[in-house]
Write a protein that binds this ligand. Sequence first.
Ligand code: CS2
Length: 485
Amino acid sequence: MSKELNRTTADAPAAPIRLVHLGLGAFHRAHQVWYTQHAEDGNEWGYASFTGRGPKLAEALAPQDGLYTLVTRADDGDSTELITALSEAQPADNLARLVELMAGPDVAMVTLTVTEAGYHLTDSGTLDMNDADVVADVKALRAAHASGASDAPGTPGTPGTPDSLDTAAGRIVAGLAARRAGAADADSDGSGSVRGIAVMSCDNVAGNGEMTRAAVLGTARAVDPELAEWIERTVTFPSTSIDRITPATTDELIEEVTAETGYADNAPVVAEPFASWVISGDFPAGRPAWETAGAEFVDDIEQFERRKLWLLNGSHSLMAYYGQLRGHETVADAIADEGIRAHVEALWDEAAHHLTADGLDVPGYREALLERFNNPRIRHNLAQIGIDGGTKQRMRAVPIMKAERRAGRDGKAAAFSIAAWIAFLLRNGGSEDIADSRADVLNRARQSSAPVAALVSTLDEGLGTDRSAVELIRELTEEISSHLR
Ligand code: CS2
């Protein structure tokens, strides 16, 4: 008989909530929550985390008071650990709770994992004001704002909370508007306790701090320019490079965890032993001592981001498309295939030309990656990695190919990765569903008279008009597709 899992049975008191997260999922639980638990002052920092969309994970975690088991899966065995730093799990639509927490003096930071496609920015990096979700959120926020307009000029009234918001930036702006109103109250009664806050993206995109700033300020400006100014003065947007391979949780894992720990845990999570977190930026209201858990704080993060995105994620996307076309299911299967491994190494060689900062140790990083990919006990599905290629390849293969071409080379290995993505979209006569938040755009491109050029253009306008680049990608797509016939 298994025991119920909750804070009483596990004798695990909840830490006070000082961190809020948007995008409660396996990765957040294996990474940011785990780092917080392992920080020296972890017992002073609890997370309240909101799901990205559906309520499922919050519903599974609520009866367990946010507790869950992390299974660390090495190639020679598992270890389990009870994670206690998630003090509260909430569904995405509990906006009232999000706003309440962000308005309060205790919360010092909002972190987010809302996927690469979750920022709704244009190619030039500004908020996409034509995006339907952005339009809806701005409208809802304006209405809520108007309902809270203050009579006293220069002082913000307490804004209402919209019934629902679709974008992460919209949710953050709702929370920040309430925080600003709380800060004004605190100033007027002299307590002055509600202050700045850090909003920190943990998504796999280069310059994620700047992207978050653009999305949040873009939304705020469209709602109320004074609110936007307050955010500019008060809120910081640190950048991060995050890393831990975390496959989706399976029913099998639930059974294994019950057998191992004796607890009936509805929501365990499995991850590799490796974890890394590089962070750059300021934290006006403080932060956990994550460095005591192994996080690295740096002044210049760009080359670290690139190393991770281009080497790890870049080869992941290559394996996702080329590997599935060759009949593989997991990363471990794909990397064991010599015909794929050679392309991975070639991609890494091209990327390495542009990873030159001191301390990056690219050869050591590559060696460690091979070891991590080879871990046969981590079943990391290529199909899972293949989702959202229309956004991911923009940040993975495309910048490598462009950097190579700027340096006077053809960028053939990165071109091969783009070609593998295209061959994957065109397989079976282009009839397969596209698992991508940009599926409409990609589907139109796939049906055009010159699908390769059109698909390249969906990734990058400049590359799409570079005739020799498109020709190279077209030849490689043809080569890959012809082997499948
Ligand atoms: C993967 C990443 O799904 C994907 O696109 O490339 O989730 C990858 O596993 C993580 O970034 C590892 O840190």
